[in-house]
Structures are given as structure tokens and as C-alpha cells.
Design a protein around this ligand. Structure first.
Ligand code: TYM
Length: 343
């Protein structure tokens, strides 16, 4: 390689996002992420969607369960409408450039930046000293996932906003330190009614795969009966639904169910409130349950079919990883040249 480093890049719009295979997919993952991945596919912009298995092992994962969960997320992607011919679908560990760029970014990011990451604080709680070093460094690997493809847009739920902002800080510091304009300023894409889906048992805490209560979430593998039962049992208040957003102030559970109703239809809260305003939960919940079953049951059926064909899923991920490598490898090599690694 010559000493002359190519530093300019065109920053063609490109979408990258990912989901961790630590446990199964929830309705939060679907509405906050996958449904929007599907919306962005076919918009004329290249779309790359990853199952971020290296992120999953920042907390303990049983190896065979990790393989199963990796396939399940891939099955969720495909069953929801991501087409391996239109989007690049792969699992992170098959493209070693993620780890390599992640290391370089560990040397760019500052400890003070990591100390501000709210997700680490929430996850580590009072036990920060006992967490893996990987969990702490996780946001710089996430920056590598994104910047390895010079991705300009990252569709995520609200909880990932801080990590995408950190990605921008890492890119800016790298460009500044090495006096290049090499990594783009990535935009988080956090839009619509589904960016923060809350627990069905407590409207102030996020719907999460790690919640001890299965009734708190809808899993993408739940069948029609389970989905309907969980919605019927969801926590609510005694009042009728308002027709304007202001009427949801201080009503976290009501807001959450209306957000789910809106998001499942690809609408905003404001668009559905005139329709549901004045309804009691006794009327609204069965309507929401019917809608959820209508939209989600076909996905869970297709996921189950795909999970019975693990070879089919593996072949898609292998092919996707080849395509991902074609984009990632030249960017990694240019990064090495910029940093001054002799090759
Ligand atoms: P993860 O696996 O926790 O979640 C995957 C995606 O689902 C969104 N999400 C939600 N959205 C709305 N409501 C909820 N209750 C909810 N729960 C989860 C998340 O915001 C996310 O978009 N660090 C990431 C994975 C990652 C990544 C990346 C994402 C690694 N590298 C590069 C984008 C780009 C994570 O742990 O997401």
C-alpha cells in the first residue's frame, strides 16, 4: 500500500442497524426497530441489518442458546419482510472487521465518555466492578458497527440515541485527530409512535426481553391467544381515552397502548386519537388485541417455519456476511492506513 492515504469518501447515504441476540424478540424491538428497517428497505438507499452476536456476549450467553437466538433474530427479520436480496442480512461475528475497528475506536473514545453512558449505569447498577470489560466498551464496538459501513442513518429506538450520539463523537474525534474527513456524521433515525414501547405491567419502564415478568411484554413468538390475553390483562386506568395528546399526560399505560395501536398501523399518535377518543378500555383493548394478532401472528408463524429450517437461515447469513465484508474490508484497510499501521 502506498504512503498516500486516501481520505475522501463520498458518504453515499447508507442505513445500518442491529439487534442483540440475547433472548428473544419483543414487540418493542419490532415497532422500535424491525418495522422501521422494513420501511427503509427499497427506499433507494442501501440497507444493512446485523444480528450483533458479539454485543450479546458482553453478558453471559449459553453457547447453544446464543446460536438459537441469533437464528431467531434473523428469522424475525425475514418474517417481518426484510428481503436478503434487497438488504444485507448477516451476523456480526462473521465479519471480523467489526472487532478490528472496535479496537481502534477503543483507542479513540475516552473513558469519561463511557462513564456517561446511561445504559451501562442501568445495566451494571451497583455491581459495575463485576461487569465484563466488554459491557463497558460496548458503545465503541457499536460505533464500529456503524462506521465500518460509513452508514449515515441508523434506525433505532429511543434507548439507543445516546450510543448513536457517541458514534458521532468518535467519528469527529477520529477525523480531527488524523486530520481527515473519513467517517461520516451518522444520524439516528428515531421516528414514529413506536420508539419507546413500555411494559404492559408498568407504563414507566421499557418493554424488555430481560423483564422477569413474561406478562410485561409481547414476544414475537407468542401465538394469537397469548398476544390477546396479554393485551386484555395490560395495566390501564379507569378513564376513557382522550381525543387529544394532552389528555394522555400522566397516563403512561394509556399512552403506551395507544402508541402500540398507532405504531402497528404505521400511524402517529395524533392520527389515531380522534378515532379512539372517548372509548373505554373495555372497547379499546379487544380492538387493539385484534389488530396486534392480525399484524403479529403471521410473523410468528413464519418465524416458526424458518426456525425449522436452520440451514436456510445460516445460508442467508453466510451470503450476507460475504456482501458485508466487501463493503467493510476496504474501509477497515483505509482506516489502518490513516492510523499508520504498516501493511
Ligand atoms: P437491542 O438489541 O437492545 O434492541 C434492538 C433495537 O430495538 C429497539 N428497542 C426498542 N424500541 C422501542 N421500544 C422498546 N421497548 C425497545 N426495546 C428495544 C432498540 O432501541 C434497538 O433499536 N446496542 C444495540 C444493538 C446495536 C446496534 C448497533 C444498533 C449494536 N450495534 C449498531 C444500531 C446500530 C442494542 O442493544 O439494541
Amino acid at each position: 500500500m502506498s504512503d498516500e492515504v486516501q481520505t475522501q469518501s463520498a458518504f453515499t447515504p447508507r442505513v445500518f442497524s442491529g439487534i442483540k441476540p440475547s433472548g428473544g424478540l419483543t414487540l418493542g424491538n419490532y415497532l422500535g426497530a424491525i418495522k422501521r428497517f422494513v420501511d427503509m428497505q427499497g427506499s433507494g438507499i442501501e440497507t444493512i441489518y446485523c444480528v450483533v452476536d458479539m454485543h450479546a456476549i458482553t453478558v453471559w450467553q449459553d453457547p447453544s442458546e446464543l446460536r438459537r437466538a441469533t437464528r431467531e433474530i434473523a428469522a424475525g427479520y425475514i418474517a417481518s419482510g426484510l428481503d436478503p436480496e434487497q438488504s444485507i442480512l448477516f451476523n456480526q461475528s462473521q465479519v471480523s472487521a467489526h472487532a478490528e475497528l472496535g479496537w481502534i475506536f477503543n483507542c479513540v473514545a475516552r473513558v469519561g465518555w463511557m462513564n456517561r453512558m446511561t445504559q451501562f449505569k442501568e445495566k451494571a447498577g451497583k455491581n459495575a466492578e463485576k461487569q465484563s470489560l466488554g459491557l463497558y466498551a460496548y458503545p465503541s464496538l457499536m460505533a464500529a458497527d456503524i462506521l465500518l459501513y460509513h452508514a449515515t442513518q441508523v434506525p433505532v429506538g429511543e434507548d439507543q440515541k445516546q450510543h448513536v450520539e457517541l458514534t458521532r463523537d468518535i467519528a469527529a474525534k477520529f477525523n480531527h485527530d488524523y486530520k481527515v474527513d473519513f467517517f461520516p456524521e451518522t444520524e439516528p433515525v428515531i421516528q414514529g409512535a413506536g420508539t419507546r414501547i413500555m411494559s404492559l405491567r408498568d407504563g414507566t419502564s421499557k418493554m424488555s426481553k430481560s423483564d422477569v415478568s413474561d406478562a410485561s411484554r409481547i414476544n414475537m413468538t407468542d401465538d394469537a391467544d397469548k398476544i390477546a390475553k396479554k393485551i386484555r390483562k395490560a395495566k390501564t386506568d379507569p378513564d376513557a381515552l382522550p381525543s387529544e395528546a394532552a389528555g394522555l399526560e400522566g397516563r403512561a399505560e394509556a399512552r403506551n397502548l395507544v402508541n402500540i395501536y398507532a405504531s402497528l398501523q404505521g400511524k402517529t399518535l395524533e392520527e389515531v386519537l380522534p378515532e379512539v377518543g372517548g372509548m373505554q378500555f373495555g372497547t379499546f383493548k379487544p380492538m387493539l388485541a385484534d389488530l396486534a394478532v392480525d399484524k403479529l401472528a403471521p410473523i410468528s408463524t413464519e418465524m416458526a417455519r424458518l426456525m425449522d429450517q436452520p440451514d436456510e437461515i445460516d445460508a442467508i447469513l453466510i451470503k450476507g456476511a460475504e456482501k458485508a465484508r466487501e463493503i467493510a474490508q476496504p474501509i477497515l484497510e483505509r482506516t489502518y492506513d490513516i492510523v499508520g499501521m504498516l501493511r
